[in-house]
Design a binder for this molecule. Structure first.
Ligand SMILES: [Zn+2]
Ligand SMILES: [Zn+2]
Length: 123
């Protein structure tokens, strides 16, 4: 009788320990590491026109097909790589970097230093 009570106590103790552990693990490792949908939506996009690009052929590295005239294209602000909007948006559900060069896709809030250097005037 006493041993049964003790074993029940032990089981309850272990169950509570396990649930503590799993809650800690889920806090440390969030299940998704994609980009926030608001960040995805804020990335620049444009309507691809072959004429504007001097007949340059741009390939979407996600679906490996050529971007056609009149398709919506997202350009990553940090590395200038181009992808179909629907391809890159799906990618960013699970990743936060460019699929080609692994640059962070979220635009960095840094001032552009090049312009300041070009217009440099001595005091
Ligand atoms: Zn694509
Ligand atoms: Zn890139």
């Amino acid at each position: 009788m006493m041993t049964a009570l003790i074993s029940i106590c032990i089981v309850i103790f272990f169950i509570s320990r396990i649930s503590d552990l799993t809650s800690v693990v889920s806090q440390v490792n969030p299940p998704k590491n994609g980009l926030d949908p608001t960040i995805i939506a804020s990335l620049p996009l444009f309507l691809y026109k072959r004429n504007d690009h001097d007949n340059d052929i741009i390939e979407c590295s996600i679906c490996l097909s050529i971007i056609e005239d009149g398709e919506l294209v997202r350009v990553l602000p940090n590395c200038k790589h181009n992808f179909h909007v629907e391809c890159i948006d799906k990618w960013f559900n699970y990743h936060s970097t460019c699929p080609v060069c692994r640059t962070e896709a979220e635009s960095r809030l840094l001032p552009e230093p090049r312009e300041g250097v070009v217009n440099h005037t001595p005091p």
